[in-house]
Design a protein around this ligand. Structure first.
Ligand code: NOJ
Length: 513
């Protein structure tokens, strides 16, 4: 079991006062992360990039973007983290490059350019839509053909069926392994096996073949942790991890439960606890160790998204309890450790994210509806600067940051939590210690309890001992029939425990009888 902390470097800590976070900021905060109990630090992409999709559009895989620092500073980060027994996970974007990458610039020059076949071209566009709205084919005026891009038009998809492309990617990954990188998060990896002609995109016909090749060429026999972003069925995830091609795979079924089924991420509905139980129970049937996460740089912070913000401390600690004592790795997204939440309603000119802006421009819904969807689902809610303290710009920078600071920074900030014994930060820290030291909580079996209860999420972990984890998912008191004399209370986010659970009350009990 590992504790993985995700850093969105643009918004983590700015040390050269240009309003953008940098590698120096990550180095400065290493002791803070160590103190929390972090083992691995996942950095979203820091390579050279025109930043159309905040780094997921790479123009040079071998160089660190000057906005974050230099290659030498990156190596320093690896060394400094290692000294504290922590490792860095780099984000690998293998499905597409930036349109500013030298391969694409060459490929566009002529139909017989040696790099043409690095990308996917067609004389006629099909009707596949891009994840970021609009058609997935864009016309190249010079050669009069269309190139394929599943994300922004500045992110052309690589042609993985071209062996040269695959080998360029493996060479680059091995370069980072040789530099001392010990982990990789692989972006939209399910897409590399696609066949555009037959419209088989995710989980395509070549996926397993390429994953095996990737594993054999880069990861086999090495001490490397991999976690892939893949929107694939659980059964396929099981096959991939059982074969050992990847260490773990993110599952997304739980974070789409507040979407109207089949209508995409912007059509909203309330999350049903019974559905959440079913989804987590399915995940637990996966033999590999599951990445347990609530939010990331794409997924707005869970607190305000699912819960009533009036109960920030209870809500966030309940969310940790509900999720993190399940079988799996603990993933913390920057700022969750002290209860950061989303921005709430904002006018369209506040948004920076390409996906949000494209949605607003392309969608036929009314402006009011679109702003409502953005209020809940825009990726910018999790991308605002880290709220380190209550000083101007929340202690993130001395200069106006690249993105709006959440106006709640005087109320919600890291320093405030560090200075208060009863804070979300200290609850999480205690929690991590528990999962690291009690074998039953990291390695024990998982059994869902109270299946039919619409308010309470409860489960049991068993190995040498038995622990019961109970979380009231509602902002109201809920009755629970417990024979308290049979249990030792290991953790409780309230001071008392009765047969009536308080709003968002969460407890960990050990069976003693
Ligand atoms: C998934 C990444 O998490 C997201 O931020 C990015 O926009 C897309 N992949 C495209 O790379």
């Amino acid at each position: 079991m590992k504790v993985i902390y995700q850093i969105y470097p643009l918004s983590f800590k700015d040390t050269n006062n240009d309003g953008i976070g940098d590698i120096g900021g990550v180095i400065e905060k290493l002791p803070y992360l160590k103190e929390l109990g972090v083992d691995y630090i996942w950095l979203t992409p820091i390579y050279e990039s025109p930043m159309i999709d905040n780094g997921y559009d790479i123009s040079d895989y071998y160089n660190i973007s000057p906005i974050f620092g230099t290659n030498d500073e990156f190596l320093k980060l690896l060394t400094e983290a290692k000294k504290m027994d922590m490792n860095i996970i780099m984000d690998l974007v293998l499905n597409h490059t930036s349109s500013e990458h030298k391969w694409f610039k060459e490929a566009k020059k002529s139909k017989d350019n040696p790099f043409r076949n690095y990308y996917i071209w067609s004389e006629k566009p099909s009707d596949i839509t891009s994840t970021f709205s609009g058609n997935a084919w864009t016309k190249d005026e010079l050669t009069n053909e269309y190139y394929f891009h599943l994300f922004a038009k500045e992110q052309p998809d690589l042609n993985w069926q071209n062996e040269k492309v695959r080998h360029e990617m493996y060479k680059m990954i091995n370069y980072y392994i040789d530099s001392g990188v010990k982990g990789f998060r692989l972006d939209v990896l399910d897409l590399i096996g696609k066949d555009v002609k037959t419209n088989k995109l995710s989980n395509g016909p070549y996926l397993l073949e390429y994953l095996e090749e990737l594993y054999e060429t880069c990861f086999k026999g090495k001490d490397i942790y991999t976690v892939a972003e893949m929107g694939i069925p659980l059964e396929v995830s099981k096959i991939i991890t059982e074969k050992g091609y990847l260490s773990s795979i993110f599952q997304f079924d739980h974070i789409i439960l507040d979407e109207v089924k089949g209508k995409g991420k912007w059509a909203l509905r309330d999350l049903e606890l019974l559905e959440l139980k079913e989804v987590f129970n399915n995940y637990q049937s996966n033999p590999s160790i599951i990445p347990l996460f609530w939010s990331n740089h794409d997924q707005p912070r869970a607190l305000g998204r699912y819960l009533n913000l009036d109960y920030r401390y209870y809500g966030q600690t309940m969310l940790f309890t509900l999720l993190y004592l399940q079988r799996g790795h603990i993933y913390i997204y920057q700022g969750e450790e002290f209860g950061m939440s989303g921005l709430g309603y904002q006018p369209i000119n506040v948004y920076k994210d390409v996906e949000s802006i494209n949605f607003f421009n392309y969608s036929k819904e009314s402006t009011e509806e679109k702003l409502k969807s953005l209020k809940v689902k825009s990726r910018d809610h999790s991308r605002t600067p880290m709220q380190w303290d209550d000083s101007l710009y929340a202690g993130f920078s001395n200069r106006k940051p690249w993105i709006i600071v959440n106006p709640n920074y005087q109320e919600v900030n890291c320093l405030k939590d560090l200075n208060s014994a009863n804070s979300i930060y200290y609850f999480l820290k205690k929690f991590i210690e528990l999962k690291k030291t009690i074998k039953t909580l990291s390695k024990g079996s998982f059994e869902m309890l109270l299946w039919e209860n619409e308010d309470i999420f409860a489960y049991k972990r068993t190995l040498d001992e038995t622990y019961i984890i109970i979380a009231n998912f509602k902002d109201k008191c809920v009755c629970l029939d417990l024979k308290l004399q049979d249990y030792e209370i290991v953790l409780n986010n309230y001071d008392t425990l009765t047969s009536k659970l308080n709003p968002y009350q969460a407890i960990v009990l050990k069976i003693i009888k």
